[in-house]
Design a protein around this ligand. Structure first.
Ligand code: NAP
Length: 330
């Protein structure tokens, strides 16, 4: 029986490049906060609240969670339970590309690794297919043709509905899209790091994606939590930078970054919103961004981030002020 009625009317759904797939303006990623060392019930509540709010897309990878694989296992529990009746209303993605198991076949971009890993992910998540299967990163030691053939085969086998890449540069994206076009399976999305603190995508990659008709999913939109006020007075206990298994290292929280964050925080305050909300809204203002892929450790973080997509856009003055912050030497 269906117990959840997702609030589809209050979420915006954007087309992924020129594909027919629409993604929610906000998607939820399970990299941190949903593994075996995290509280299962909190994670479950966050996921159910997200789906209830119209977030239809949940992003995973073979190595997510501590230990690697445990985020897929926990998500599989939900697929077998609370989410069992909703498979056709969900977009679930997974990836392979970083080291997952010992030996020469558990890392990189080989056909051997990608296809075995996808089978393992499907078993962990108790799924017959994922919606998007990604090459998690380019691999210089594998011909790109081989990696793309593995994605194409995953789609042809019905184990994935769409193919994607992640962390591919402008040039690599062009090459990958060309190979996929020849194979007859479109490359629908590149999942890239993009936030107010990392705007490299604005100098070329976003234009290329638009030209190719490939969508863009922006990951780490809060730069793992740096684009909030939380680190302005030190590293709070339990935060990503304060956890032994957190990917954000205290050394990455430089004085220069904190000075930028402090200035951005002032602009957010003038707009009457938190920096987290403003940081997500900044990415959503660009229609080439198909979805902004957030992480959230609690319902309150999720609720705050959810407000961003209904926030007002940016005035010319605000854009100028924000750009000036990045031009200033701190
Ligand atoms: N393809 C790739 O290579 C790749 C790489 C990275 C991520 N991703 C994907 O992108 C997803 C999101 O990445 P991310 O977790 O780095 O995203 P993020 O949204 O930049 O960071 C999430 C973290 O920010 C903090 N946070 C979130 N909302 C907050 C709020 N309203 N107020 C205060 N703090 C808040 C929380 O950290 P605390 O725990 O400190 O509270 C949360 O865990 C991942 O789960 C994954 O699916 C993909």
């Amino acid at each position: 029986m269906k117990k959840i009625s997702p609030d589809y009317n209050n979420m915006e759904y954007r087309r992924t490049g020129r594909s027919g797939l629409r993604l929610p303006a906000l998607s939820l990623g399970l990299w941190h906060n949903f593994g075996a060392t995290d509280d299962y019930n909190t994670g479950r509540e966050v996921i159910l609240k997200a789906f209830q709010s119209g977030i239809t897309h949940f992003d995973l990878a073979n190595n997510y969670g501590t230990p690697p694989g445990s985020a897929e296992e926990n998500f599989g529990r939900m697929i077998g339970g609370d989410l069992a009746s909703y498979r056709d209303e969900l977009i679930i993605s997974t990836k392979a590309g970083y080291r997952m198991w010992d030996g020469p076949y558990g890392d990189g971009g080989s056909r051997k690794y990608l296809l075995s890993s996808l089978d393992q992910s499907l078993r962990r998540m108790k799924l017959e297919y994922v919606d998007i299967f990604y090459s998690h990163r380019p691999d210089d030691e594998t011909p790109m043709e081989e990696t793309m053939m593995a994605l194409d085969q995953a789609v042809r086998q019905g184990k994935a509905l769409y193919a994607g890449i992640s962390n591919y540069t402008d040039k690599q994206t062009r090459k990958a899209a060309g190979i996929m076009q020849n194979l007859g399976t479109p490359l629908i999305v590149n999942q890239i790091r993009y936030s107010m603190l990392d705007r490299r995508a604005e100098s070329g990659l976003l234009d290329t994606l638009e030209e190719l008709g490939t969508g863009c999913i922006a990951f780490s939109p809060l730069d793992q939590g740096l684009l909030t006020a939380k680190y302005l007075d030190g590293i709070p206990e339990g935060s990503r930078a304060g956890r032994p298994d957190g990917f954000l290292q205290p050394s990455q929280i430089s004085r220069e970054k904190l000075n930028i964050v402090r200035e951005l925080n002032k602009i957010a305050a003038k707009r009457g919103q938190s920096l987290a909300r403003m940081a997500v809204a900044w990415l959503l203002k660009d229609s080439r961004v198909s979805s902004v892929l957030i992480g959230a450790r609690s319902i309150s973080q999720l609720e705050e981030n959810l407000q961003s997509f209904s926030d007002p856009g940016f005035t010319d003055n605000e854009v100028k002020e924000i750009n000036q912050i990045f031009e200033t030497k701190y």
